[in-house]
Structure formats: C-alpha cells, structure tokens
Design a protein. Sequence first.
Length: 261
Amino acid sequence: MKNKDGIHIYDNRDLEGIKRACDIASETLDMIDNLIEPGITTLSLDKQCHDFILSRNATPATLGYRGYPRSCCISLNHVVCHGIPGDKKLKNGDILNVDVTCILDGWYGDTSRMFVVGDISLKAKRLIEITHDSLLIGIEKALPGNTFGDIGAAIQTFVEKNKMSVVKDFCGHGIGSEFHQPPNVLHYGKKSSGPKLEPGMCFTIEPMVNIGRPETKILSDNWTAVTRDKSLSAQFEHTIFINEKGNQILTKSKKNKFLPF
C-alpha cells in the first residue's frame, strides 16, 4: 500500500521480512570488522562480504545493480560513497565506510558504518564521531507526525555547528520490497517541510559528512564519488521502521560494533 505521497506503508508481516534482511546486512558488517587490517585489499573484503551473504541464503543487492560490479561499496578516506572494491591495500591511518545491502525472500536491508585501520588522526576520529552522532540525532526526529524536513534540519544543524559540512548530492531512501523507493531522505533542509512520517514507513537515514566543503564529483568509473577538495568524508547508515510510538532501528549491530572505537 502507498500513501498520498507515493510512499510505501508496510504492515507487521512485511516488517518481519525486512528485519531478517537487515539482520544479515548488519551481521555482515560485524563479520568484516575482524578482517580490517593493514595490507588487506578492499576486493578481498568484498569477497568476504559476498561469501557471508550467500552463506545466509541472501543475495548482495549491489552486485549487478545498474551495472555495479561488486557485492558492497567500500569508500576510503576522501571517497564519499559508492567506492568500488579493488586491489588497493589498506594502510595504517585509513578510514573507510563499508555499505552492504542484502536481499532475502524479496526483502531488502541496507546499512553502512565506518571502520578504521590502525591509528587514525584526531581529526578523522572527530569526523567519525560527528557523523555517527548526526545519524542518531536524525533518527531521534523520525517520529510519527514529524516531517522528513525535521530529520534533515536536525542533521544539518548539528553537523554545521561542529564546523563540518553535509553532502547534499546523495540522500537516504525508502526501502523494503525494492532497493530504492520514495521518499528521498535528505540530510539537510527546513523544519516542518516535506511529507509527514506515518507508521509503516521504512527508509534509510545515511548522512555523509565532510571535514571540508560539501561538494562532490564522480570519477571516470561513473560510480565513485569523492570530495572535490579531497577532504576526509564519513558516513553511517541505518534502516529504520516507523511505528505508532516512534521508530525501530532494524540494522543495529548485535555485537555493539557500530562505532569503530
């Protein structure tokens, strides 16, 4: 069922299916945490994610999606999102986002989080903390009767108060029976703007935050988005479900590993 804004409204049976897919996505990131170390390639991490997802009788949603060649996205340092895993080896001081979406029995679950390699700089640590906290602040505003603008405004205000910038070229999205559905979930905006949140909505909130300016550019592979000023970027993502009382985070880490330190 869709509401007047064209946004899918799911019931509790649907929620059970979405939650199972979300569990696998989150467990994939819990698994990969133990493998991140200097010298490992991002392609090797992608294979580990791929094999783990298949072992859970699920499918990696990104593999073949609009021609994307890998089973997850791995975005390193100044890569904002959609980094394609390859032969690059991780080194001490790197920060990276791993983004996984799983399909199980026709339902989709999507999550990403930051990881660190060895000892990172204080500014990288602060970027990761601010990005993580901005996601939680956005989720706090994801309540029935609030608007999507309330979510974006809360994230933008917090990030800019901390002298960082919100990427505006990419956004969260509705999810459930499809990978990407309405609405677009902006991480900036004005309070009380946009559609109102209703019980049964399911979507991702996934703020991307840059230490420097917010502008991005797409590399020649037509996927990898980087900061134009080559400043560090970070991202965290949860899939959430709106219920009568508030919301439910569907992609929590069962090992409490969402923040990397």
